[in-house]
Design a protein around this ligand. Structure first.
Ligand code: DHE
Length: 521
């Protein structure tokens, strides 16, 4: 009896001690569920934020990972938890996200197809169901409540407002006739919307953590760049079925995340930026391919494998070796040259896609954001401008001799540059810092800042889009209780405000389908 009493007290003591130990050691999984899962998903496979598993964290380990959790990531949605979590809490959650999943995620054709949801109530209209100019429609992505507003580009009336998947990122892509638009969310959902019918046609989850999409020149194929899994998913635009899932693996067998995919119309290809291997990939988007497609002979060593006929036809691949991985691209208007940068580096490289090799380097410090670059003609020469994500500078580069023409100083780091053939100005935002919300108006010829607009001091004001004729500039008041502010693009006066819920990017059908000078890809 006594023995039993002593024994049960000892057990109670041991339980209490163990509970104490458990309490003193933070539970990474519980912290994750509490603070991280809402953006990165309970499965850790990513949603608004990227997947947090070893395969996607790559080299982000140990102190570097702890620093991201403590300090957040500049120019992303990742907040700083240093004030909320102790160093031990941070170490625990870092260890948790660095641990492998019980089973590796599989997201192949079968899994993707199982998510396809074609709307039973959708029937395509035979003509636009509205009287507005279909070529001057502008879409406004409202990230605050996951919707897109469809604007009449002449009157700015809202023709429709439809729900999108959560956390849309990158520019929606239009079919060449401007009728359909495809929208992608960071957790890999792709939505097809029929502008003429003002109705969604369907959606499918093409990846678990995706970056952006591109449409082929003939409008038949939509490529989805994925971080997780390390694939490029190609969908048929007609019915959103999977045409091909391409595993992205470098020459030496290293799998690579796809940072972005772009349409190169003159080449009839998709061009892929790869995050983890020093290669650029080009994928043919037609059976026969154009003169620059991967199936044709190229006068370079890098193209030899394909030139010998190893890969030909639709979705044939060409690899171009580069000196380091490039995760952000800008293209010359003829798509013969690609300017690439790695956000962590200090230089950019120019790759000639015809010969398949680097032909020049550019000084590009301060996290250049090439994806937001624009180009135009200045004194008869084509120049390009790119913002820098961590300093108030815009680099202007001569695209003939690749010299730096000017570094324009602004009042803080900006995200987006926009212009239009019909305006003499570039509109450059300031996204972070004390001068957040200042929109710089820069003369395209003198390269001087001619005016700074501050529509709502202290509030984020970013991303400009123009009407088809370039006479009006639409700017996002990027707040939950936000607006699209419409300016007269010539005299720079405000004309009206359209209430919107945290509007981000805006996309004019005509400007996008004609690759208008001054718009991004
Ligand atoms: Fe973007 C476009 C990459 C963070 C809003 N962004 C792009 C494109 C790339 C890119 C490669 C061009 C793709 C296209 O349109 O087809 N963005 C990145 C990043 O690597 C970065 C810095 C980190 C990340 O988390 O991915 C990043 N981007 C952001 C944001 O934090 C922004 C401001 C808010 C958000 O919604 O995520 C943001 N990115 C945008 C927008 C575009 C974009 C609105 C389309 C601009 C356009 O005019 O086409």
């Amino acid at each position: 009896m006594t023995l039993r009493i002593v024994s049960s007290s000892a057990v109670a003591l041991a339980v209490a001690l163990l509970a104490g130990v458990a309490q003193s050691e933070p539970d990474g999984a519980a912290i994750y569920a509490d603070l991280c899962a809402s953006c990165h998903a309970e499965t850790r496979l990513g949603a608004q934020g990227p997947a947090l598993i070893p395969e996607s964290l790559g080299r982000l380990k140990g102190e570097k990972l702890a620093a991201v959790i403590a300090d957040g990531r500049p120019m992303t949605q990742m907040p700083a938890f240093g004030a909320t979590l102790s160093p031990a809490d941070i170490a625990a959650v870092a260890a948790y996200v660095s641990s492998p999943l019980p089973a590796p995620p599989v997201w192949g054709e079968a899994e993707i197809m199982a998510t396809r949801d074609l709307r039973a109530d959708y029937s395509p209209a035979i003509a636009p169901v509205f009287t507005a100019d279909p070529m001057n429609i502008t879409l406004v992505v409202e990230t605050g409540d996951s919707h897109i507003s469809v604007l009449d580009g002449d009157t700015f009336a809202v023709l429709d407002r439809f729900e999108t998947p959560f956390a849309v990122h990158g520019g929606p892509k239009f079919s060449a006739d401007g009728r359909f638009v495809f929208v992608m969310s960071r957790d890999g959902w792709v939505q097809k919307y029929d502008i003429w019918s003002l109705a969604e046609a369907g959606r499918i989850r093409a990846g678990l953590n995706s970056r952006n999409i591109a449409i082929s020149r003939d409008g038949k194929w939509l490529a989805v760049a994925n971080y997780l899994p390390t694939t490029l998913t190609i969908l048929s635009t007609a019915d959103l079925s999977v045409a091909k899932v391409i595993d992205v693996t470098g020459r030496k067998g290293t799998p690579s995340r796809v940072s972005a995919v772009y349409q190169a119309p003159q080449r009839d290809t998709f061009v892929l930026a790869l995050k983890d291997v020093a290669e650029i990939w080009e994928i043919a988007t037609s059976e026969d391919g154009g003169p620059y497609s991967p199936g044709f002979v190229h006068s370079n060593e890098n193209g030899m494998e394909e030139a010998l006929g190893v890969e030909r036809g639709l979705f044939a691949r060409r690899r171009i070796d580069v000196s380091a991985p490039l995760d952000d691209f800008f293209f010359s208007p003829d798509y013969r040259e690609l300017i690439g940068a790695n956000r962590e580096g200090e230089t950019g490289v120019v790759v000639n896609l015809d010969v398949g090799r680097e032909i020049a380097t550019l000084p590009l410090p301060g996290m250049p954001h090439l994806g937001s670059g624009i180009s135009w003609l200045r004194d008869g020469r084509r120049v390009m401008a790119i913002p820098h994500l961590n300093e108030g500078r815009i680099s202007v580069i001569d695209m003939e001799d690749w010299s730096v023409v000017k570094v324009i100083e602004t009042s803080g780091p900006g995200f987006f540059l926009r212009s239009h053939d019909g305006t003499p100005y570039i509109w450059a935002d300031v996204f972070t810092g004390d001068h957040k919300g200042e929109m710089h108006i820069i003369d395209k010829q003198s390269l001087e800042v001619v005016k700074v607009l501050t529509p709502v001091p202290g509030k984020t004001v970013a991303h400009t889009e123009f009407t088809r004729d370039g006479r009006r500039a639409l700017v996002s008041l990027w707040e939950q209780d936000g607006a699209v502010i419409v300016y007269d693009a010539a005299n720079l006066t405000e004309m009206m405000r359209l209430p919107m819920v945290k509007p981000s990017g805006k996309y004019n059908v005509w400007n996008k389908i004609t690759f208008e000078d001054g718009t991004s890809h």
